[in-house]
Unconditional design. Structure first.
Length: 199
């Protein structure tokens, strides 16, 4: 994706302060994803400022280990399903969203949604959340590493929904083939997209 459209947006202190203390590799991923999100937002007429905030915040809790994720989720009172209990990494989005909610009352609800659901997606997710979901997956380093993402990238130029559906089709098939757990929200989102897009 071209990066010339990317403009540094001023971030709320609740996001900026936590960004500054992340490991350098994670910060680099976030910055690459922010560039992708800006292009997607502009291409699909989505609020670029909100998409940037969500993308900047999506991995604020990603560096926590499994035990710390479970402890933090419990401390915050987050509901844990069977999948989250077995795969605590899925909690990093909900935890980051809750941090933002607790740190600042000024973070828009659509930004919180985009952060909370950027890993699994969920049915009915808004346009900002769709952009953040895809921006995380379409980090150019990931596209280089995983060839199937090239098709997701191509679809993203025309339709956010079809791009997400392409990603979910591949990921769910991969998880099933390898005996991995699949988050029910991802299944529900795929079903919704199959119906709404007629794919």
């Amino acid at each position: 994706m071209a990066v010339s459209v990317f403009q540094v947006n001023e971030l709320p202190e609740a996001i900026d302060a936590r960004l500054k203390v992340l490991p350098s590799g994670l910060k680099d991923h976030i910055e690459r994803s922010r560039e992708v999100s800006q292009e997607l937002a502009i291409r699909h007429n989505v609020d670029a400022r909100l998409a940037d905030m969500g993308t900047a915040a999506h991995d604020l809790a990603r560096s926590l280990g499994h035990d710390k994720l479970l402890t933090e989720a419990e401390r915050l009172g987050l509901a844990l399903g069977l999948v989250e209990e077995r795969e605590p990494i899925l909690l990093h989005g909900p935890i980051a969203a809750r941090w933002l909610y607790d740190d600042s009352g000024e973070v828009d609800e659509v930004v919180l949604e985009s952060v909370a659901w950027h890993t699994t997606g969920r049915p009915g997710m808004g346009e900002v959340a769709k952009v953040v979901f895809l921006a995380d997956k379409l980090d150019p380093r990931k596209v280089e590493r995983f060839p199937y993402l090239k098709k997701v990238l191509a679809e993203s130029k025309h339709s956010l929904d079809l791009a997400i559906l392409e990603y979910l089709n591949h990921t769910i098939e991969y998880f099933m083939r390898n005996g991995n757990l699949i988050h029910p929200a991802s299944i529900d989102l795929r079903n919704q997209l199959l119906i709404s897009t007629g794919a």
